[in-house]
Ligand binder design. Structure first.
Ligand code: ADP
Length: 431
């Protein structure tokens, strides 16, 4: 403190001493004049520094800090350090903010910050996509003006946000959103939106699947039940009638057995833990096996041929390939009227191994082709059932194809016939 006062008063002090000397040598007037001049110079110097400080404070940048000597130099140096520190803190805060913004932008959820009047203070990119917002244009807009759906407005107005709101946004009718409001910081609210379109689709598929399986099982069960009741009610039924009833019951139980076998196969193929066990499959023997099974199924009603254009083997799982090829052949037989021709072909297309089954059967209209591999999708329900179809065959083929990175191609013309091909990747050929 003393040091400060000493340095601050130094010019006046020295001026005073010097003017005292002048008083002794000359006169009091000369000394007073000299002291006044010194004081005037000190005032002018300080006024100039204050002016420079004032100008600089209007636009306080590190590069333009004024230069000075003595005490003023110290003042400016301290200000320089302060501004530098401030700049550094500001930069750190900006980095931190950017960090938080980047983290929020990377969230797999939409985030909107609302004030107590439901006005948008901030939103991330995903929220802009979900609600069709524009971060700049819609800043401080009331979100209920932009999202007018009654259920959304009601949800915001309610005070119980424990359950999320599931809704289809007006601007994206192919999207399902799960929305949750979280109050925070006194009067602010965080609106979180999650795209659950895929989840909803899977849930709908699961519901359909359960309904389909129940429906598929109910029909044969009803038939079997009917016959059992009949047999119970008629103890002295003729032997021939009883035989017939038993035979029909056996047919229905076989149908259920096929369905359960296909369902188990599908669930095994879909299981994440069931990795493909690879081996080199001897195609000549596999084709022969399938051909013989086809002959049994056709029972002489079709002309069945096998054509091996390339003697190559395949790397894959024999059991699964057997099931896929067998399903395609069984379909060709079941959907080709008596007298038709069926050709099993093992060939190559640009070095890609291709298994195909060509038939001269009923064919398929183009609008059905993209949906054939959906579970339980059938073009003609009664024909599929009559021939013992479960509606799962092509779904199984598609799964097996996927596990072997193969593609299922369908070419068909109604009334003329179809070609179902499995095109394998080049790497699966074993030469
Ligand atoms: P399904 O057990 O009913 O045969 P799939 O999944 O094997 O079930 O086949 C689905 C549907 O595709 C069949 O119901 C049938 O309508 C049609 N389909 C499959 N293969 C052929 C074919 N070779 N010719 C004509 N239609 C076929």
């Amino acid at each position: 403190m003393f040091d400060f006062w000493f340095r601050a008063s130094q010019p006046v002090l020295y001026g005073g001493i010097f003017s005292a000397i002048l008083w002794g040598v000359f006169s009091a007037t000369v000394a007073l004049l000299f002291l006044s001049l010194v004081l005037l110079a000190v005032m002018a110097y300080r006024a100039r520094q204050l002016y420079k400080l004032g100008v600089w404070l209007n636009d306080p940048r590190m590069e333009t800090i004024p230069e000075a000597d003595g005490l003023w130099d110290e003042v400016f140096s301290r200000l320089y350090r302060m501004v530098k520190q401030h700049k550094q803190t500001k930069q750190e805060l900006a980095d931190e903010l950017q960090h938080i913004e980047q983290a929020t932008a990377a969230l797999p959820e939409g985030v909107v910050i609302l004030n107590d009047a439901n006005r948008i203070e901030w939103c991330n990119l995903l929220a802009q996509q979900h609600f069709g917002l524009d971060a700049e244009h819609d800043f401080m807009q009331d979100i209920t003006y932009l999202m007018r759906q009654p259920e959304f407005v009601e949800y915001l107005a309610a005070s119980n946000f424990s359950e999320p709101l599931v809704m289809v946004p007006a601007r994206h009718d192919d999207m399902v959103l799960s929305i949750k409001l979280i109050p925070y910081g006194g009067d602010k609210r965080l609106l979180i939106s999650r795209d659950i379109t895929q989840l909803e689709r899977i849930e709908a598929m699961r519901r359909d699947f359960v309904a389909n399986v129940s429906h598929e099982l109910r029909t044969p069960l009803t038939v079997v039940n009917g016959y059992v009741e009949n047999l119970q009610d008629m103890p002295d039924i003729a032997r021939e009638d009883a035989q017939r009833a038993l035979q029909l019951m056996a047919e229905q139980t076989r149908r259920m057995e096929n369905l359960v076998a296909d369902l188990l196969m599908l669930s095994r193929l879909e299981s994440e833990h069931n990795l493909l066990r690879e081996e080199t499959v001897d195609m000549a023997s596999l084709l022969d096996e399938i051909y013989r099974e086809g002959m049994l199924l056709s029972n002489g009603r079709h002309a069945l041929r096998v054509e091996v254009a390339r003697a190559i083997n395949l790397s894959g799982n024999r059991e699964e390939l057997h099931s896929a090829f067998g399903n395609l052949l069984s379909n060709a037989i079941r959907y080709t009227p008596e007298g038709g021709e069926i050709l099993l072909r093992w060939s190559e297309r640009s070095e890609q191994p291709v298994f195909s089954v060509q038939d001269s059967g009923i064919g398929i209209a183009p609008q059905h082709i993209p949906r054939l591999t959906e579970r339980f999708y059938r073009v003609d329900r009664s024909r599929s059932r009559e021939t013992g179809g479960t509606g799962l065959g092509l779904a199984i083929v598609k799964h097996i194809a996927m596990r072997h990175q193969a593609k299922l191609e369908v070419l068909s013309e109604e009334g003329k016939g179809s070609v179902f091909s499995l095109v394998f990747p080049v790497g699966r050929a074993v030469r």
